[in-house]
Write a protein that binds this ligand. Structure first.
Ligand code: GTP
Length: 524
């Protein structure tokens, strides 16, 4: 739409063209078609708004100013616009959209200008997410795992932050190299740490062996030391450490209180004895004085001339005799009291000592199921294999492992698992002979020691247990839960080490698991 300027004589097109060139020269603007076009419009007062042709032409002109392919399309579009060939314009425009604009909007498409900076600048949502995850992993997770090695933790944090901001090829390459370096240093350090832990463990073992040797006759302390020795003999895992710490804490606490009472009782006995000796001393002194006085009175009697003198002497003798009698009575009463207190204290000492022995037994029992623990089982193995060797009898063991225990824990919670362990031990204890012993070998594994029992009978015994377990259903939160176990039975060969018999029982139990669970298999 043309709008001639107000209050002016309109110029003719030739004059406008001349004036346009003049103004461009004055403003030192290169006389490009666009510049000329703009100057011409300005002079002629043309305000061209909403004119599609002009808009499309301007769009094409703008495109020519962009680098690469975009400029090429700009030229083609402008040519079409200038020659009013709108069909060609539309075709070029479609080509521009399909070949350039659409692909640049897709994740995998290469952008029109393919520099790394632009690729990264155009972070897709996924790239952004990955970048954030990597940053968080390095800044929080890895750094906190490395908190004991400050220099590596700092490097991990620095790398996390660098990843956040990295945009260029060079920055990314640098980060890649630093990451490789960090991984390498972590590998080296963890090797060092494992070696240090191993050395510490060996040192600890040595220390315990020596302490245990020195405390040969101190049974309650030996119990604790054995627990720790057993613990570090096998692979040390978190669960086992917690169990051992818990059982030791309880034992130590109870022993602490009992030991305090014991030393109090011992002090009482000591005091009684001191009183007793004091009294004996004072009686001795008094009677010694008395004897001395009697000697003097005897001399006085011998030398006495008058009966009145004798009376006085006799009064003195009577007074001294009464006083020594009173002294003797007093000492006797005091000694009786002291004797009674000493007897009471002695009785308390016996009681406390037996309680101490009971508490020490805790160290050989599993706290949850109150069956023997590994240490307790070791003692039983030692005792029973010696007995079997002595009497030439057959010793069998059964290894029990609850089936799908993890599923039980996962479905009903750890507490249900714990209750199931207690339930099984209760049934085993109720069902077996008094000479048979059950112990917890590991998490959900138990060993039953069956003295004087050949393989075939041992298999029968375990089968009976399985039947009993199906009869006495396990209840948890008023729900009936069906639990079963698989078992392996092994009979100790003559002179076979107990560890080997256990290994064979374990192997047989594994076969029972493999062949369908809830079964008993005898070892070869
Ligand atoms: N509740 C409870 N769970 C324990 C205890 N000790 C070990 N466990 C769990 O027992 C589970 C044993 O799982 P697995 O070794 O996979 O054995 P499983 O699920 O019985 O599978 P199968 O032996 O093949 O039948 C693990 O999840 C342990 O966490 C414990 O004292 N209490």
């Amino acid at each position: 739409m043309k709008t001639p300027p107000e209050n002016s004589t309109p110029l003719n097109p030739a004059e406008i063209a001349r004036e346009a060139f003049r103004q461009l020269a004055m403003q030192k603007i290169a006389p490009t078609p666009e510049a000329y076009h703009a100057a011409y419009n300005k002079i002629s007062g043309v305000i061209e708004t909403h004119n599609p042709q002009i808009i499309l032409n301007d769009f094409a002109t703008e495109l020519t100013r962009l680098p690469g392919e975009a400029s090429f399309f700009g030229k083609r579009l402008r040519k079409a616009a200038e020659s009013n060939n709108w069909a060609a314009y539309q075709e070029d425009l479609n080509e521009l959209i399909n070949n350039q604009i659409k692909p640049s909007m897709q994740v995998v498409a290469a952008p029109a200008v393919s520099t790394v900076a632009q690729v990264i600048a155009a972070d897709t949502e996924q790239t952004q997410l990955l970048r954030e995850l990597l940053t968080r992993t390095l800044t929080f997770a890895v750094a906190s795992l490395l908190s004991n090695i400050p220099e590596l933790a700092a490097e991990s944090e620095a790398l996390g932050n660098a990843i956040k901001d990295a945009r260029t090829d060079a920055e990314l390459t640098d980060i890649g190299n630093r990451l490789k370096q960090l991984c390498f240093r972590i590998e080296l350090k963890s090797g060092d740490i494992a070696e240090q832990q191993d050395m510490l463990l060996r040192l600890f073992r040595l220390l315990l062996d020596n302490v245990s040797y020195l405390l040969d006759d101190d049974s309650w302390l030996r119990g604790q030391i054995n627990v720790v020795q057993n613990l570090i003999a096998g692979p040390v895992n978190h669960h086992a450490l917690e169990d051992a710490t818990q059982s030791l804490k309880e034992v130590i606490y109870k022993q602490g209180t009992l030991k305090d009472s014991l030393s109090e009782a011992k002090i009482t006995v000591k005091n009684m004895i001191t009183i007793f000796i004091d009294r004996l001393g004072s009686i001795a002194t008094t009677t010694g004085d008395y004897h001395g006085k009697i000697d003097i009175y005897t001399q006085k009697i011998a030398q006495a001339q008058h009966i009145s003198e004798l009376n006085t002497i006799l009064d003195d003798v009577m007074r001294d005799t009464r006083s020594i009698q009173a002294e003797a009575l007093k000492s006797r009463d005091e000694m009786l009291v002291a004797h009674k207190e000493a007897q009471d204290a002695e009785a308390r000492i016996h009681l406390l000592e037996s309680q101490l022995a009971e508490v020490s037994a805790l160290a050989s029992h599993d706290q949850l199921t109150n069956s023997l623990n590994r240490r307790g089982l070791d003692d039983v193995f030692e005792r029973e294999q010696a007995r079997a060797d002595r009497h030439g009898t057959t010793l069998s063991i059964a290894m029990l492992d609850i089936d799908d225990f993890k599923k039980l824990n996962d479905t009903y919670g750890h507490e249900a698992g714990d209750e199931a362990l207690i339930h099984i031990v209760r049934i085993v204890k109720d069902t077996l002979r008094s000479m048979d012993v059950v112990g917890r070998f590991g998490g959900e594994e138990f060993i039953i020691v069956l003295p004087d029992t050949p393989t075939i009978e041992a298999v029968d015994v375990v089968g009976r247990l399985q039947k009993e377990l199906t009869k006495r259903i396990f209840m948890f939160n008023n729900q009936k839960l069906f639990i079963t176990f698989s078992a392996g039975v092994a009979t100790r060969a003559p002179n076979e080490a107990m560890a080997e018999t256990i290994r064979r029982a374990d192997e047989a139990m594994y076969k029972a698991k493999k062949t369908g669970k809830n079964r008993v298999v005898a070892a070869d």
